[in-house]
Design a protein around this ligand. Sequence first.
Ligand code: UDP
Ligand code: MG
Length: 316
Amino acid sequence: MKTVSIIIPCYNEEPTLNILYNALVEMSDSLKNYKFEYLFVNDGSKDNTLNILKELAKKDDRVIYLSLSRNFGKESAMYAGFCNAKGDYITTMDADMQDPPSLLPKMLEIIESGKYDSVATRRVSRKGEPPIRSFFARLFYKIINKISDADIVDGARDYRLMKREMVDAIIAMGEYNRFSKGIFGWIGFKTYWMQYENIERVAGETKWSFWKLFKYSLDGIINFSQAPLSVASWSGIILTLFSFIFIIFVIIRKIIFGDPVAGWPSLVCIITFIGGIQLFCMGIIGQYLSKTYLEVKKRPHYIIGETNGQDIKTIK
Ligand code: UDP
Ligand code: MG
């Protein structure tokens, strides 16, 4: 009998956990020829999440909780799940029912057909989302697909059923700055895309502010593209060429017309313009450097403080 591991990162998900758990049980009961493992990763929640998980674990031995020592962020929580999932098929799932468990039987059917290594889901609409957020999300996908060689699909969710081999590849991508949508695309494998309409969260609130999402999208760009670095060098080259032309122009004008001292305002404009570009480019380089700094320190991705699981890698 094959085992399916469902990784659920939870951060302050008190209101949603029981709803999700009931849906998971209902779905699992309809699939008699699979064993299930519900791997809840408590990402340093400040509410009652951990206690609810403990209660669930008491009455159901499919429930395994990994409780991180603090809030490490969804990416690290998922990584902790991947490193400790024992199943033949593995998926992550949000705790808020936005990744409907009811899609899983169909996903299993497709992956069992043997033609695909993973079944990924994609929202075709962004109904219920603030329009400004949708606008910037679309813009982000357009930009990143132009400048990165990893294929990053607009509307793709992290909800994706994968074979063991694929998850091993994800674990092997041990980078500290993680951007899963890029990692999934980068490792390749044959993926079937399933589409569904966006579903709003059943209870509680989103953990992503606009600012957090903005920073996350910049992370995605810096982690999967070197294009911003070429912006830095190209703008340097272009400006240098431009200034050469300008110098020649000024010299010739002086020789022919005997130019009086003038042009102070334009000089100030040029200096601030170039200063701005220099700082901007240094900022870009600094972004890459700071990422490199974090990578070379080789800090652990997550630290598990408490768990009911067996053979758990508590630090990795
Ligand atoms: N999450 C997490 N750690 C965090 C933020 C979020 O584990 O620091 C989890 C959260 O509990 C949920 C999933 O990531 O299961 C997606 O979060 P949310 O629904 O808030 O994001 P949205 O769907 O609004 O993008
Ligand atoms: Mg959500």
